[in-house]
Design a protein. Structure first.
Length: 254
């Protein structure tokens, strides 16, 4: 197997993003200007090591970019609606790392569905490096989808996520084990529609289903299914004392 050119793939990802979301009035338009020949050159460089149907893959992938942009605009609007700190759609699209990670996932997932080898993983790993968000291109994610902050998020290969799902930093949607013999099975959870996953929660297992309209609180560890409309939270004890009454010895030295 010939390893695709990693640098050419990263250049193509940046070119696709700039073409989809130019710094002009077309930023939030569903239209894409395909008259720019540099896109064709960038895609040709990314696909040059594919040995079969290279031109067909390039053309089919280009054809998908407009519907993918329409989905991404829904994602961006959902992030804007979900985050009080976001002031306008252009802000979400141009600077939010969560949106960039979703963009990389969506184009990589398209290529994954076309059975393109390695390049989809290169695209999502590029997003991982840039944002700290690790989404496998094989995951199935509905729309709209919102990632806020995002650093430390892991979404495994066989994860299924419904529509209108919000996710915060440090969430893991993973497998119960890393047994290689289970590579062809569903190892990661299913998250149904309208679920909120708060920071630091971990949900594991291919048979684990989070029912629709549920809320998973911060730092929850979940390995079994929950019914729709559930609220799951981790209860911890916080003790606050007055320093004047604190008589325990100090046993450490700096």
């Amino acid at each position: 197997m010939i390893i695709p050119d990693k640098k050419a793939t990263e250049v193509a990802v940046k070119k696709i993003f700039r073409l989809m979301f130019p710094n002009n009035e077309k930023l939030t338009s569903p239209d894409i200007d395909f008259s720019d020949r540099s896109l064709d050159d960038a895609l040709a460089a990314m696909f040059k090591d594919i040995t079969t149907d290279r031109e067909k893959i390039k053309n089919d992938f280009t054809f998908t970019l407009k519907p993918v942009k329409e989905i991404l605009l829904e994602d961006a609007g959902f992030i804007l609606e979900s985050d009080p700190a976001a002031k306008e759609l252009a802000e979400v699209i141009s600077i939010y790392p969560g949106f960039f990670a979703i963009f990389c996932y969506r184009i990589a997932h398209t290529l994954h569905g076309m059975s393109v080898s390695l390049i989809p993983r290169m695209i999502t790993e590029y997003a991982h490096v840039k944002t700290g968000i690790d989404i496998h291109p094989g995951a199935i994610i509905g729309s709209p989808f919102s990632i806020d902050h995002g650093t430390g998020i892991v979404i495994g290969e066989t994860t299924i996520i419904g529509n209108n799902v919000k996710m915060y930093q440090g969430v893991t949607l993973g497998a119960l084990s890393v047994d290689k013999s289970k590579a062809s099975t569903k190892r990661h959870p299913t998250i149904e529609d309208n679920v909120i996953l708060y920071a630091g929660c971990t949900i594991l297992g291919g048979e684990t289903i989070v029912g629709r309209n549920s809320i998973i609180g911060g730092n929850v560890w979940l390995t079994e299914s929950i019914v729709p409309d559930s609220v799951v939270y981790h209860k911890s004890e916080i003790i606050v004392r007055n320093q004047a009454d604190f008589n325990e010895p100090i046993n450490w030295v700096i």
